[in-house]
Design a protein around this ligand. Sequence first.
Ligand SMILES: C[S@@+](CC[C@H](N)C(=O)[O-])C[C@H]1O[C@@H](n2cnc3c(N)ncnc32)[C@H](O)[C@@H]1O
Length: 810
Amino acid sequence: MAPGKKGPSRRMQHQGVPPTLGEDESTGKKRKSSASTNGAIKKRKGSSAPAVKAAVKGGLKHAANSAGTGSTKGSFKAQQKPAVKPQKKNLLDPLEDDDVSDASGDAIDDPDAMEDSLGGAGLDDLDDDELNSDADDFDLAPSGSDDDVVDSDQETQQKGVWSEDDESDGEEALTAANIEGLSQKLNREQAAEDADAEAELQDAAMQTNIAAAELDGDEDEEGGKKSMLAPDLQLLRTRITETVRVLSNFKELHDPSRSRADYTQALLKDICAYYGYSPFLAEKLYSLFPPQEALAFFDANETPRPMVIRTNTLRTHRRDLAHALINRGVTLEPVGKWSKVGLQIFESQVPLGATPEYLAGQYILQAASSFLPVMALAPQEHERVLDMAAAPGGKSTHMAALMRNTGCIFSNDASKERSKGLIGNIHRMGVKNTIVCNYSALEFPKVMGGFDRVLLDAPCSGTGVIAKDASVKTNKAPDDFLRLPHLQKQLLLAAIDSVDHASKTGGYIVYSTCSVTVEENEQVVQYALNKRPNVRLVSTGLVFGREGFVKYQSKRFHPSMKDTRRYYPHAYNVDGFFVAKFKKIAATPAGAVRAQGSAEAMRANGNGAGVESEEVDVDDHAEIGAEEEVEQGEGEFGGWDDEEDAQYIERSMNKVLRRKGINPKATKSRAVQSLNPAKVVENGASESGNEGGVKTADGAANESEKEGGVKLVEETAALAVPLDEVALAKVASGDESGVPKKASKAKAKAADGAVAGNSKKEDKAKAAKKETKVKVTNGATEEAVEEAKVANGGTTKTPKKAGKGKRKSV
Ligand SMILES: C[S@@+](CC[C@H](N)C(=O)[O-])C[C@H]1O[C@@H](n2cnc3c(N)ncnc32)[C@H](O)[C@@H]1O
């Protein structure tokens, strides 16, 4: 629903049985939303709130502004009510509805909740159970403040009851002789009041009309007055639609006095006002689509995606689960032919996060788009698989089901807190082939390598899930789209380097985000292709989704980028998502790994925690890598290069500043420095973790970058728990297949996720690491950095100079 529109609570609406989620874009928009979930409710609440707040605030400003523009004090006060109140009520009522309907108390597992269409699948399809199928089958105010507003309200009331006129009237004795006269007088006064009220209403309406006229693109003559008027959402909408219409057929329809840029500028302004986006993000998202489609995208972000559950085929069959839930009064349908385990929920009498079936682990609440990366990865039975950023476990548990609890999954997440949810889901869902670890994924493959497949469901900006988290509309800044991609690139290289190219069954890496920006998707993939020529993009095998960009603005990507897949809420009624699948065709050269500090770290560490030579055959890689390095020539092939990245980041920052009319050189001292990429590296996406810099779409955000570096780095250090201290969910089953020797030794310690005692050596190293990292963040010298590196086994990021020295000594 567009902001400001009033309607019955979504929960109250009977949805009937809409077509199922699917692959057909053309049908994607026909479906109405389904039963609310907590997630969906929160999302809707969140998505309306900024616009509502803005509108209400705007309304107050509007009223106050009238006072500042010539109204008498009295009339200003009297005007406020009609000008503000109706709109306030209109806008807030739906939120109240939502609050009431928020009682269902579910949505625990995956913050994702979704929708889409592919038509056709009915309950008859329920026996297409994934258990029996192949994983690959998937197919204010100038003069007035708020206080003034309150005062004026009170004064208006007083005048009505205790004005001098009233007092004298009240004292005049009521007699038979004067009763008629007094009555007439009262009538006259009443009529005068009514006329005043009417005039005020008209005045208020006229002001709205003034706003409307201004919406037509007229320049604001009174400087600032325009922005203080309440936005008339209906008029805004009309103007947005009209501007889009002109932009879609510019040649024929445009006013010759206005350029395309003028229209676009005006449209973006309206989009920000109507939907509540920051100008920066509105432009970024708008630029992904033609105007008409951009509008559909922004609209789709105002509506929650349908709720979907994924059947846990380790515990039940979809048909059985469907029947059990139908018996509890749940209206559902298969999600679409593309999934054999998804059920779309249209209505539920029971909280879906607390049914006996849920508690028994028969399903997980999971957005449809979250199925896709796992389907693309297609893990096979008996394989060794790494889920690099796994919490809260929606994808790990899906992988376990596809692998029928065989082989071994390493489910890693840098957030200890979120890892608890991951462990909970693993236990609830009867997953027994999974080891939970708590590293920054940047530490891989130092921690362990040689995997058959790796999933990197990367921390991202969340621009694909705005319907779920409306704060994304305003809380993203340009540097987020530098910092996050920087981290994502590093993580992706680590993912590639963790895969065994010689795997008999695999050798695949899937990279996914719930973001739609090019910076976090195609650019990251392209970076990996540049830095790791030993990987190729391959088909995801997913039956729907748009091709990734090969061209975007002035950027050109490798033609194989067509193999990647983009998902949009307006196109498929699923969360915005991106999926890329790589095949590793040769070992990563040692030089490249060394450039990341991994191989180097391994040696300095005497072969890092949990690493067994047969699992990561460093020497083997080194040998093959050396050959390849000769073939490819030095410098063409390597790990990430912070200096190079820093230059890209600075160039990008300068561009942004120039676009804003700021001279980057002139601002070097402040604006640029405040966004200094070096600072970003120190504070965030660096060293053994990205934690300081990472905000994840689903709330895994580590806000500590705002809280100061010390806390952040302490957390970072604490997160780097060696594998021996890891929660070994697998232990519960006694199954040790695929567990490295060191890891399996520690199993008893970690069965319940508790961290058992460390060896003294590890404690010392950790303490030194923590201490030194704090120093570094506080502006430590190169020596301290170097010292940190030594204490840390070489993993701390070192200034290039120091780094070189260290490398020489290796
Ligand atoms: C998109 S969420 C993952 C969702 C998960 N794959 C699922 O399906 O349930 C991203 C995760 O990355 C984690 N994360 C952030 N930085 C990380 C890092 N450097 N290493 C590993 N995990 C990281 C966050 O804690 C968050 O849980």
